[in-house]
Ligand binder design. Structure first.
Ligand code: TRP
Length: 472
């Protein structure tokens, strides 16, 4: 089989591994790199606003159940697929067909590749909003940021958000082209634990505000009357987004993993870290929505704006709000940057492997793509706000298409790939070579039955929702 990992990616990975054999140094190297990719805006920005919108506790419950069942199965499956074949995601799908030409596998491969390309533009946009808030906080403008309508005014401006979007894109590009991922990874090794710590402090503060109790209740106690098919559909999309699964990134990381590293344990750590950050972000933001904005339906339905509207109010009400806000946004910036690098890296390696473009050309293409699709997302909150489908802004539409429709589709194909072509037995054997594989039964049931069935239901419902047949 052809080895299809682009040379630069190999260099990056081996840098991360601290050696030049193109392998992670062990358990720790893999966990850090994969966790840096996983923990990002998905946890801090996307998870809280979806939880607030889709019923609070019930969304959390569904999310956790999905996380423990097929989130677990897919993260283990993707990692060990990569590890057992030593292939990058790009050519991997095709390579499994051997010499046979299989349109199904080419399609599956491309589907996996297209998801990060769709996510990249608006990830840069939200990253830009983060830099804007970082800068404003560092200038001590806490009171202004916390003012009602401030955020709405900012995003509806035609050019300002676009400039910040370009700034974040520029940061990512600079890191990728200069090949300084190593430095960024090192920084994120420090930043990630600090982020956890600070998030915990802010969460405790936010939970102890007057009126926050109702928010804690809303967030932690499931209300089954709010359960709908959309809760499951959206929770599923969030799971993929947050763990970076269903788009082959973990296949790549797995392909750089040594054979003796315990796949189950390593992926477990990533899941725990990822879930912890998301849970804390929810505890920071949702009680605060109740304490500061009353917790009416309108406040809970704020969507992508939620974090930017709520968090400044929290910092504004605490001592040293400016300094703490600056620290907070700096850490979120790092978390977002490392994730964005992994998204861009996935796209660039697809383009250079499949279309035989140089890395520079591929990076340039991605830059243009991020501008071409990211600017409309930004304008969708301002001059182009008249464009909306099923009540979704342009950004919401892109996000919905990528995470809620295409990701489950790609994951479904991955399940079929494993079930039909690679063989669950073969994969299970490979996993067992290095780990106790205590949850083998869950793994088998999920990959063979549960995941395909749920993913199919999710897929059909998300398309039905987009067409307006069921309520979002
Ligand atoms: N998981 C990251 C987050 O939670 C986002 C991310 C990183 C991602 N790499 C990805 C999403 C690849 C899709 C595809 O923010």
């Amino acid at each position: 089989m052809r080895k299809t990992i682009s040379s630069n990616q190999e260099r990056v990975m081996s840098q991360q591994a601290g050696g030049d054999r193109g392998l992670f140094s062990g358990h720790f190297g893999f966990v850090i790199a994969a966790a840096a990719s996983a923990v990002g805006l998905g946890n801090i920005w996307r998870f809280p606003y979806l939880t607030a919108k889709y019923g609070g506790g019930i969304f959390l419950l569904v999310y956790l159940i999905l996380m423990l069942t097929f989130g677990y199965a897919l993260i283990v499956a993707e990692t060990s697929l990569g590890r057992s074949t030593r292939l990058s995601p790009v050519g991997a799908y095709r390579a499994y067909a051997g010499s046979k030409h299989s349109p199904f596998l080419s399609f599956g491969g491309w589907l996996n590749a297209i998801v990060p390309m769709l996510i990249f533009p608006y990830y840069c946009l939200i990253g830009g909003w983060i830099i804007k808030y970082l800068v404003e906080f560092s200038m001590g403008k806490v009171g202004i940021l916390a003012g009602d309508g401030y955020f709405g005014g900012f995003i509806s401006d035609t050019w300002e958000p676009v400039l910040w979007h370009l700034a974040f894109l520029g940061c990512t590009l600079a890191v990728i082209l200069k090949g300084v991922e190593k430095g960024v990874e090192k920084a994120s090794r420090v930043m990630m634990p600090l982020l956890l710590l600070l998030a915990a402090v802010v969460a405790v503060y936010s939970m102890t505000r007057p009126g926050a109790g109702a928010g804690i209740y809303y967030y932690l106690v499931p209300d089954f009357s709010k359960l709908s098919i959309m809760t499951v559909v959206v929770a599923c999309g969030q799971l993929f987004f947050s763990l970076s699964i269903g788009m082959g990134i973990l296949i790549t990381y797995g392909s750089y993993m040594k054979k003796d590293v315990d796949v189950e344990k390593a992926t477990n750590r990533i899941q725990i870290m990822d879930t912890l950050v998301a849970l804390l972000a929810g505890l920071m933001i949702i009680p605060a929505v109740f304490a500061f904005s009353g917790g009416e339906a309108e406040a809970l339905n704020a969507g992508p704006a939620l974090m930017f509207v709520t968090i400044p109010k929290v910092f504004n009400s605490m001592g040293f709000g400016g300094a703490i806000g600056t620290m907070f946004f700096l850490m979120v910036f790092f978390a977002a940057l490392t994730s964005n690098i992994s998204i861009m890296e996935a796209c660039v390696s697809t383009l250079s492997d499949e279309l035989h473009w140089s890395r520079r050309t591929s990076a340039l293409f991605m830059t243009f793509e991020a501008i071409a699709l990211g600017v409309p997302c930004s304008l969708g909150f301002g001059p182009w706000s008249f464009i909306s489908v099923a009540g979704m802004s342009i950004l919401d539409m892109m996000d919905f298409t990528a995470a809620t429709v295409l990701c489950p589709f790609a994951a479904l194909l991955t399940c079929l790939l494993i079930g039909r072509l690679v063989g669950i037995d073969k994969l299970a054997l490979d996993i067992k070579a290095s780990s106790a594989f205590r949850r083998e039964k869950i793994f088998r049931v999920c990959i063979a039955w549960l995941a395909p069935v749920i993913l199919l239901i999710v897929l059909v419902s998300s398309v039905a929702a987009a067409l307006g047949w069921i309520k979002m």
